[in-house]
Design a protein around this ligand. Sequence first.
Ligand SMILES: [Zn+2]
Length: 442
Amino acid sequence: MRRLIGLSLLLALTACAADLRYDLILSVAADGALIGEATVTGIAPGDWTEAVFRLYPAATGADRLALRAVSVDGEMRPWETVEPTVAVVPLSARAGETFSVSFAFEGRVPELEDAGGYGIFARTAHSMTLAQAYPMLAPWKGEWLVEPAFPWGDAVVAPVADYRVIVEVPEGWTVVTSGREMEVGQRLYEAQGDNLREMMIVLLSGYEAQTASLAGVRLRSLAMPGHRTAGAAALAVAYDALQVYQELLGPCPFPELDLVEVPLLGVAGVEYPGLILAGTSYYERYSYERFVFPMIFAHEAAHQWWYAEVGTNQVAEPWADEALATYTSGLYFAAQGRFQEILRYWEDGYRRARIRNREATVASPLSAFPGGEGYGGIVYSGGALFLHEVRTRMGDGAFFQALRRYRDEFRWDIASGGDLLRILEEESPVPLQDLYRRWLGR
Ligand SMILES: [Zn+2]
């Protein structure tokens, strides 16, 4: 593959924190052509005869990310493409044994207008968002957990891993990622991060950075020069939100959080470990819209705890992280003296969404919201209202104790909604069953 062989020398082995490790090399051209190599190394948690990898960008076009070669422990292997986003690689690893799968892959990052979904695998004149731009190992829970990738909602269900990435960019572009970045050569960046559920990579051109730091977390807001004021406001919201969350939930799971303005499609913000994408249109409207703007950063910052650190199955049980993230964002608004405002927003949103989608409930899977209809109002706002009733019933001490315990027990793991409900119930001084029945139908 062109030029990549030389780059691989930069990837020296280092100690890892998670049981899974990705070594990635990506080369991105100005026209969006992408070529890459990935080595995924780990310890098999069960007896494996195959490993399942996801190619999420292929959900909107098979040529957007496709495998070209696969090798296992250094030997070339055939693989089976079950559908564009699912590749099955035969291998033999017993529980506790080390495995290593290497890939050569290529793809094409479409222009934003053609991107589909939320526009998170897309390019414009100033930004390239490379969400899930490499083969990702599916989670193993006694069997492979493979959910469909819908064009609405968040598709990724993945185990955390340690990452080392080398990215080659076109002239004039820089790199922001979920990890810590370093410029290591001409048009060449290296990034590293531990315990990441995915490695988000964003290429930027012509952006300005503003920074702040808080209790060991470095915050960075990246925006276009014309959006300096909104960029500063984003930084201030994230700073205040992290302060509130750290006090109630414990330390932020990552040493860095980047807030990146990019044009998105049909969504205000998207969360990644250590990185938040926020829609350009909200920066443009910042001067006369002061409610949704802070909500983006308060909500996506909360996902650092609920999604990035405590993972869930976002496809089967989106409420398990979205309701928690939305409710946690309400804690930021409460600290701003605006809790009644956000509560009304949730109530209105939930009521309206129930009219638009009469079938779905707070606990419905992503598939119950065709085209995303009613999704935010029912799962996010309805889910937050449910949690507010739970908190009111339990009392603050027991409620936050339960959230901290849930976090401790499922840190870097994949929890279920049932795990959260069980811990809330165990920590609650009073029964919660009637609330579970009424809101979640369980
Ligand atoms: Zn969310």
